[in-house]
Design a protein around this ligand. Structure first.
Ligand SMILES: Cc1cc2nc3c(=O)[nH]c(=O)nc-3n(C[C@H](O)[C@H](O)[C@H](O)COP(=O)(O)OP(=O)(O)OC[C@H]3O[C@@H](n4cnc5c(N)ncnc54)[C@H](O)[C@@H]3O)c2cc1C
Ligand SMILES: *[C@@H]1O[C@H](CO)[C@@H](O)[C@H](O)[C@H]1NC(C)=O
Ligand SMILES: *[C@@H]1O[C@H](CO)[C@@H](O)[C@H](O)[C@H]1NC(C)=O
Ligand SMILES: *[C@@H]1O[C@H](CO)[C@@H](O)[C@H](O)[C@H]1NC(C)=O
Ligand SMILES: *[C@@H]1O[C@H](CO)[C@@H](O)[C@H](O)[C@H]1NC(C)=O
Ligand SMILES: *[C@@H]1O[C@H](CO)[C@@H](O)[C@H](O)[C@H]1NC(C)=O
Ligand SMILES: *[C@@H]1O[C@H](CO)[C@@H](O)[C@H](O)[C@H]1NC(C)=O
Length: 539
């Protein structure tokens, strides 16, 4: 009810506002003194510390720069349309006092506050909402402070993974951090969402390698691991901080990698005995030496022979060792891949990050510092967990369905190794032993085709539906960082716990109830909320 009133009020307020275009960024006073924006701005400036003025950091839709600021971290162009919901304000915080002020004013005015770091949320939940909201943008918090003696680093929430990787490699050629392979992903959402990358089988998740964090809680207090306590620290290691607090920075544990690693990218099409190869891959990849991570992406391509669409498999490997060892390992365990020595390339771990993201050979390492991705599309993602191999006849039908659907791709991320050694309740991330693969369904389309978004989303759902008999059930497990609104939305009303339990069980399984307990303890009034947040216990 409260939200509906705000929705109507703010829509009216927007219509009543005369368009005021200010020459510079700052939003100060607009004629309608009573608009929700103005009341928020007044509150924010009133609580601003004179040493760190907040006014120049506030962007309202009336500002010319508002769209640029909003769009600069939209990473799913499906949400770059005029009809996409827009924040009432964006605060590009530069100091902790701005975040404290934002929390205080959001509480005072009953407005939802969202935090955006890298903006890679697949459903845009850091910058869109079904209710009126404003955004605290963290991109100014981007320092990466590496301590090689201690094998740790303090990483600000707004740093991108490329900056983290580059910063580590800048200090040591034998240290790394097990995180996602896409360099523009933000540390802020990635680490707390349980992130993973191609060091997962050796070292576990990004969140498994988190040792401390600085956060701002609902009362505006700045806390670290010692002062927040182990319950909250447990929750933010995979449970999603957006339900609990604002992350300022993370202290991460660095891991060791060899001076040279080996990578390969090998393509196979349907006419190259694909069913046999994938059948063997499924049995082998989760059981290989922990130093080997071989990801498989299935898609379609035009056959060079017939010109017709056919299936294609791409095998991408990161191996923490040399070519010779990798080739013998693959020949012994996965002979059907037909790996050649010439497929393998030795390089530094940092170079392998670029290779794995399909950058051309010789791309400068500084490319990792680019905050703007080299290309952007509209997209839909879904996830699944595979506990048994897909049988041969299942693969054969899969080939036909993928050719029929054309656009969606299906990626297999092998588990096992370190992932199977960590208990399912050590962190909120529950998908450990017993899982062979995490699957990702991925459909991309051009921004120009946004009016057909539902068509592409539906293709993704169809592929996901076909996989039902082969994947985990009761619950059908899903990965929080692969945010998927299809799993349910929380309307934050009287049914909030029940609604939350639906997606919560898929993301967290038996850890869901502990997440709810911690939530009820640290944020009893459910201030930190969003469409898929952790609910509080029903009264
Ligand atoms: C191109 C691409 C590649 C990807 N590759 C991988 C991968 O290899 N491995 C993997 O695990 N995931 C991957 N992801 C998913 C990614 O890890 C998640 O989307 C992650 O949450 C993104 O973090 P962000 O800060 O960029 O996103 P945002 O959209 O800024 O935030 C995501 C969520 O976290 C919350 N949040 C962000 N910052 C804070 C903060 N400081 N305090 C509290 N809450 C915060 C937001 O409110 C939102 O709910 C990929 C996504 C994309 C688009
Ligand atoms: C400004 O803040 C003070 C407390 O810090 C409060 O008493 C006062 O009501 C606030 N004024 C406005 C306009 O928000
Ligand atoms: C403002 O910031 C300065 C410098 O950090 C600090 O000394 C002071 O106490 C702050 N003032 C308020 C009112 O918080
Ligand atoms: C988002 O949309 C705006 C307005 O149509 C456009 O100018 C901008 O280029 C788009 N952003 C991207 C990254 O395509
Ligand atoms: C470290 O970074 C600095 C600044 O970007 C650069 O000049 C230097 O070459 C880097 N050193 C290494 C070893 O990467
Ligand atoms: C496919 O399998 C057949 C029979 O096992 C074999 O003779 C042939 O060489 C294989 N083709 C490829 C491209 O591996
Ligand atoms: C296959 O070829 C058609 C026609 O030339 C083209 O439109 C399509 O994009 C191609 N598909 C792929 C996956 O390359």
């Amino acid at each position: 009810m409260k939200f509906q009133k705000f929705a109507i009020f703010s829509i009216l307020a927007l219509f009543l506002l005369p368009i005021l275009i200010t020459p510079n960024e700052a939003t100060t006073i607009v004629p309608n003194q009573n608009s929700i924006q103005n009341r928020l701005i007044k509150c924010l400036t009133n609580h601003s510390n004179d040493s760190y003025p907040i006014s120049p950091l506030i962007y309202a839709p009336e500002n010319t720069a508002f769209s640029t600021v909003l769009q600069s971290y939209i990473r799913n162009l499906r949400f770059n349309t005029t009809t996409t919901s827009k924040p009432l304000l964006i605060i590009t915080a530069t100091h902790v006092s701005h975040i404290q002020g934002a929390i205080l004013c959001a509480k005072e005015h009953g407005i939802e506050m969202k935090v955006r770091s890298g903006g890679h949320d697949y459903e845009g939940l850091s910058y869109i909402s079904i209710v009126p909201f404003f955004v605290v943008d963290m991109f100014n918090f981007r320092s990466v402070d590496v301590n090689i003696e201690e094998e740790t680093a303090w990483v600000d929430a707004g740093a991108i993974l490329g900056e983290v990787f580059y910063g580590i490699a800048n200090k040591s050629s034998t240290h790394a951090y097990p995180a996602g392979v896409c360099p523009t992903v933000g540390a802020g959402g990635h680490i707390t969402g349980g992130g993973y990358g191609n060091l997962m089988r050796k070292y576990g998740l990004t969140s498994d390698n988190l040792v401390d964090a600085k956060v701002v809680d609902v009362q505006g207090r700045v806390l670290d691991r010692a002062s927040m306590g182990e319950d909250l620290f447990w929750a933010i290691r995979g449970g999603g901080a957006s339900s609990y607090c604002v992350i300022l920075s993370y202290k991460i544990k660095l891991v060791k990698v060899p001076e040279k690693v080996t990578v390969f990218r090998v393509l196979r099409t349907l006419d190259q005995n694909l069913t046999d190869v994938v059948e063997q891959y499924q049995r082998v990849a989760p059981n290989l030496d922990h130093n080997a991570f071989i990801r498989l992406t299935l898609g379609v391509t035009n056959s060079t022979k017939t010109g017709l669409l056919t299936n294609q498999a791409t095998f991408r490997c990161l191996f923490l060792g040399d070519t010779q060892t990798l080739v013998s390992l693959v020949h012994e365990n996965f002979p059907l891949l037909g790996l050649q020595k010439s497929d393998c390339h030795e390089m530094s771990w940092l170079e392998s990050v670029l290779f794995y993201s399909d950058f051309a050979n010789g791309t400068p390492l500084e490319t990792l510092l680019n905050r703007q991705p080299s290309s952007l599309t509209s997209l839909k993602r879904k996830s699944d967990y595979l506990k048994n191999p897909i049988p041969r006849n299942g693969l054969e039908v899969l080939w036909k369905i993928m050719v029929e659907l054309r656009t969606p791709q299906l990626t297999f991320n092998p588990y096992g190794g370190r992932m199977a050694e960590i208990r399912a309740d050590t962190t909120p991330f529950p998908h450990r032993a017993g899982n062979m693969f995490k699957l990702q369904y991925a459909t991309n389309w051009n921004e120009g085709e946004n009016e057909r978004s539902n068509y592409y989303i539906d293709l993704t759902r169809k592929l996901h539906a076909y996989m039902t008999p082969f994947v985990s059930k009761n619950p059908r497990e899903a990965f929080l960082n692969y945010r998927d609104i299809d799993l349910g939305i929380n309307h934050q009303g009287p049914k909030s716990y029940v609604e939350g339990k639906r997606y919560g069980m898929m993301y967290f399984k038996d850890n869901f109830d502990r997440l709810v307990k911690v939530k009820t303890m640290v944020d009893p009034n459910n201030f930190f909320r969003n469409e898929q947040s952790i609910p509080i216990l029903p009264h």
